[in-house]
Unconditional design. Structure first.
Length: 173
């Protein structure tokens, strides 16, 4: 039995008629015309179908479209709607996009990471993008692009959260 879902897609109110078994990836591509989430493994292993759903990256091949009803979805098209973000510019500068197949998932995963932790270390960067497979770059240009944006961020995650670094000065007695 078909039903209508309503979502906020890249900032715009959208709706689609779906079947209960429709997955979000198919609805985005076939009914809403968004092509950046790609069909890959269809098991959530490769990351090419990644979108930001209610502030968190998800594999849209693993989400039922009905679960998205009332939610907010951001794809790479929405992320750079007003021009390339600093992260996208860094990916271009560092040649982190080669064939482009993994690019949307990588950028969205890195975006989520940098929003939560503006100053991640290399391990945290690699962990954040670990769910996205890339056959072209060897990951080094991708990590470098993310690192450059993190290095240009004025505040670390701890500083933004109000946690002060321990120092020898100003110790309580």
């Amino acid at each position: 039995m078909k039903r209508t879902i309503s979502i906020k897609l890249n900032g715009a109110a959208r709706s689609a008629d779906i079947d209960p078994s429709d997955i979000l990836l198919d609805v985005l591509r076939e009914k809403l015309g968004v092509k950046s989430p790609k069909i890959g493994c269809e098991r959530g292993d490769c990351g090419v179908c990644t979108v930001i759903f209610n502030g968190r990256t998800v594999r849209s091949c693993l989400v039922l479209a009905a679960e998205a009803d009332g939610g907010e979805i951001v794809t790479i098209e929405g992320l750079g709607a007003k021009g390339p973000t600093p992260l996208q510019q860094s990916f271009i500068k560092n040649n982190a996009f080669q064939c482009g197949f993994c690019a949307p998932g990588m950028v969205l995963a890195a975006t989520e990471l940098l929003e939560k932790n503006p100053k991640p270390d290399e391990h945290e960067i690699k962990e954040a993008i670990s769910g996205n497979l890339c056959r072209c770059t060897g990951y080094e240009p991708i990590v470098k692009a993310i690192r450059e944006v993190a290095d240009s961020s004025p505040l670390s995650h701890r500083e933004r959260a109000g946690v002060r670094a321990k120092s020898g000065k100003g110790k309580r007695r």
